[in-house]
Design a protein around this ligand. Structure first.
Ligand code: HEC
Ligand code: HEC
Ligand code: HEC
Ligand code: HEC
Length: 211
């Protein structure tokens, strides 16, 4: 009797995932870390001091936004003016949301250049992608939906962290493309590296690639 009861408890424990365990295809198990405690709170970056710890301000402003690219997200950060080397000759210069990311991650445009402020603090870690993107996963490219032997249909993509989109395509100039936010969720770092879905068993990659 005692042993049977013990076995039932063990069976129950095995059925329920350990607390904090990420199940790759179950977004409800993805840990969430809001922007305030993340590397995207610029106040967490040595040398940057945002007035009143206004976390959103280096990227957004409610009024007099600078805008950038085609993404009208009340953008408040200085835009990158660099010319980038792309992975694929099929891609033009970064546009839309990818250009917004590169407006800090180019390692040239200062983190603290926003609104009317011109800063000097640069990303110098491995998070500095530089202006040579030829050694990075291609962006600015059309998703080859018709190549169904090698690429999944976008309708099969699953949900992402904290109720957001998971892996997704970004429409730029009327074309469904792979951009930085296809893989990254700029506001939530629960999975680390601001990823939309986990990289466990290359789940992220296999959303698109059939391998
Ligand atoms: C490091 C830069 C950065 C910071 C800081 C930031 N955002 Fe964003 N935000 C972005 C980018 C880039 C986009 C466009 C995302 C996309 O198109 O997928 C965006 C989009 C948005 C959007 C519209 C689309 C969406 O994702 O819901 C809202 C609303 C938003 N941000 C609110 C906020 C608020 C509120 C804060 C502060 C608490 C904040 N953001 C902080 C970069 C930032
Ligand atoms: C306002 C400047 C700014 C913008 C815009 C910005 N980032 Fe960042 N990002 C940072 C800083 C600063 C760090 C921390 C770098 C460090 O610690 O050296 C960072 C870190 C990261 C990291 C690493 C996080 C980790 O866990 O170590 C990723 C991934 C990232 N950003 C992706 C993006 C993407 C994708 C976009 C666009 C959607 C974006 N960022 C836009 C400033 C920015
Ligand atoms: C196809 C998916 C994908 C795309 C597109 C993508 N990334 Fe990433 N990125 C990742 C993954 C996965 C990691 C984590 C790498 C690791 O764990 O080694 C990462 C890591 C990063 C990091 C942290 C690097 C470090 O070593 O600190 C930054 C910063 C970053 N990405 C920015 C960007 C920016 C900016 C863009 C667009 C120009 C972009 N990413 C496009 C998948 C992607
Ligand atoms: C949003 C969909 C998407 C995601 C997620 C994605 N990829 Fe890709 N990947 C593509 C597309 C589209 C191409 C470019 C295809 C082309 O233009 O030939 C590509 C190109 C590549 C290439 C270069 C192939 C070549 O012929 O040059 C490699 C390698 C690759 N991806 C690996 C990865 C890895 C590893 C991951 C996960 C970290 C990943 N991809 C995540 C869509 C994606």
């Amino acid at each position: 009797m005692r042993i049977a009861k013990y076995c039932a408890v063990v069976a129950m424990l095995m059925a329920v995932p350990a607390f904090g365990q990420i199940i790759k295809d179950d977004p409800s198990t993805y840990p969430s870390e809001t922007i305030v405690n993340s590397p995207h709170n610029m106040n967490n970056f040595t040398g940057v001091d945002i007035d009143q710890n206004r976390v959103c301000l280096p990227c957004h402003t409610p009024h007099n936004a600078l805008k950038a690219g085609e993404d009208n997200v009340l953008w408040n950060h200085a835009e990158t003016g660099e010319t980038f080397s792309m992975y694929s000759s099929a891609a033009g210069q970064p546009e839309g949301v990818s250009k917004l990311c590169l407006s800090c991650h180019d390692g040239v445009t200062a983190i603290d250049s926003y609104g009317t402020t011109t800063g000097t603090t640069l990303i110098t870690s491995t998070a500095n992608l530089g202006t040579d993107l030829s050694d990075d996963h291609p962006i600015g490219i059309e998703y080859p939906t018709s190549d169904s032997a090698n690429y999944n249909d976008p309708s099969s993509f699953t949900g992402g962290i904290a109720g957001s989109l998971g892996v997704h395509l970004v429409e730029v100039g009327g074309i469904q493309r792979v951009e930085c936010t296809s893989c990254h969720q700029v506001h939530n770092n629960g999975l680390g590296n601001f990823l939309n879905v986990p990289v466990i068993e290359s789940y992220l990659c296999l959303q698109c690639h059939i391998k």
